[in-house]
Design a protein around this ligand. Structure first.
Ligand SMILES: CCCCCC/C=C/C(=O)SCCNC(=O)CCNC(=O)[C@H](O)C(C)(C)COP(=O)(O)OP(=O)(O)OC[C@H]1O[C@@H](n2cnc3c(N)ncnc32)[C@H](O)[C@@H]1OP(=O)(O)O
Length: 358
């Protein structure tokens, strides 16, 4: 439901009656107000010593191109959450306060300095549609600018993700299949670039089986936690395809060329314990306590000084960035050709006509 101008005005009056919500919330309110009334940040950045105005400018600018209506809605939700929490002694923030709207294939929440991006197509095993690729890119861009310290990608339901949604290949434009392969290669490249460039600690909470591109990009994460139920499967040869997500470089580096070849060429499926032994996964937690243990750990990490974490990540990753971008471009170029091959077309058709599963 969209907030009307009347709801917004009533929230503006209500906010004056609230007890001081603290600087962080005041900044959020300021930024949402500016975005709702003036649109994206349109003033020059204040000087480095103008601390208060710079903090306000940063908060507004971090909202990027968030539409005015969404900002208005978020403002109303935030004020309503603040009113109800000052009415009751409950410390639990209402769901509407935490949830970021505007995504159809994801649930994105920010709380305790953690932005959580949850893939949300559980009935389809979180297969990644074109829309989901685009939404994940948007969510990562927003998370890179928000006030969270760390960002987590996870899946809703029993799967982490079954990888590329194979029906992406059925949506052929009038220009033909070559054009489809070309636009898919551009999308793939842009998607992987977002992970290469992500500036904050990025954690994968792999809640269940992971397939294809959801596995290959793990080499670009800073930490990977897995449920004991998770498996890691990159069946590219079975699908007439070839590795992406920079895995042709990160996997041999992480696990050695022989183990990487078993996964990337022969499609060997790893258990969580095997993936951990080979360095792809940082730690495995029993499935029954996975959520509790992972989120307790992440809440503790999110309290560390954010700038120090960001800078440590830069020191660890920056010298590889250029190389990773070149590898991503090359893998995308090779895949563009693979997608036009009979091997690939037959494999996709077999899945879509229910003749084959992995
Ligand atoms: C822009 C393009 C960039 C491309 C980048 C390159 C990326 C490459 C890859 O990611 S390769 C990996 C592709 N993934 C697969 O090949 C997995 C295919 N899925 C399966 O084999 C199985 O569904 C399974 C093993 C993941 C799960 O099997 P099961 O537990 O028996 O469940 P269902 O098969 O009944 O699945 C439920 C429901 O989800 C649909 N679905 C699952 N995965 C995908 C998928 N990857 N693409 C499309 N649809 C998927 C499945 O069809 C069922 O749908 P239904 O209920 O029948 O409508």
């Amino acid at each position: 439901m969209r907030a009307s101008q009347k709801d917004f005005e009533s929230a503006l009056s209500q906010v004056k009656l609230l007890k001081d919500p603290g600087n962080e919330v005041k900044l959020k309110l300021y930024a949402l107000y500016k975005q709702a009334t003036e649109g994206p940040c349109n003033t020059p950045k204040p000087g480095v010593f103008d601390l208060i105005n710079k903090a306000k400018w940063d908060a507004w600018n971090a909202l990027g191109s968030l539409p005015k209506e969404t900002a208005r809605q978020n403002y109303v939700d935030l004020v309503s959450g603040l009113s109800s929490s000052s009415d009751s002694s409950s410390q639990v923030k209402p769901e509407a306060d935490r949830k970021q709207r505007g995504y159809e294939t994801l649930v994105v929440t920010s709380e305790d300095s953690i932005t959580k991006i949850m893939m949300n197509r559980p009935a389809k095993k979180n297969a990644i549609t074109t829309q989901m690729y685009n939404e994940i890119m948007l969510a990562l861009k927003a998370a890179s600018k928000d006030d969270s310290a760390i960002t987590v990608l996870t899946g809703n339901g029993d799967y982490y993700s079954s990888g590329n949604d194979l029906s992406n290949f059925t949506d052929i434009p009038p220009e033909g299949i070559e054009e489809k392969a070309k636009s898919s290669a551009i999308l793939l490249r842009d998607f992987v670039d977002c992970f290469i460039d992500f500036p904050k600690p990025l954690i994968a909470a792999v809640n269940g089986p992971a397939v294809g591109i959801s596995v290959t990009i793990l080499g670009l994460f800073d930490t990977v936690y897995a449920s004991s139920r998770a498996t890691f499967h990159t069946p590219f040869s079975h699908l007439g395809q070839s590795p992406e997500g920079c895995s042709s470089y990160t996997f041999p580096k992480i696990m050695g060329p022989a183990k990487a070849a078993e996964m990337l060429i022969f499609g060997k499926k790893l258990t969580a314990a095997e993936a951990c032994a080979q360095g792809l996964v940082s730690e495995v937690f029993p499935d029954s306590t996975f959520q509790k243990e992972v989120w307790t750990r992440l809440k503790a990490y999110s309290k560390l000084p954010p700038n120090a974490m960001r800078i440590s990540k830069q020191v660890i990753r920056n010298r590889e960035k250029e190389k990773l971008h070149a590898i991503n471009a090359e893998e995308s170029r090779v895949l563009q050709e693979r997608w036009l091959s009979d091997e690939c077309t037959n494999a996709v058709m077999n899945f879509l006509t229910r003749k084959a599963k992995l």
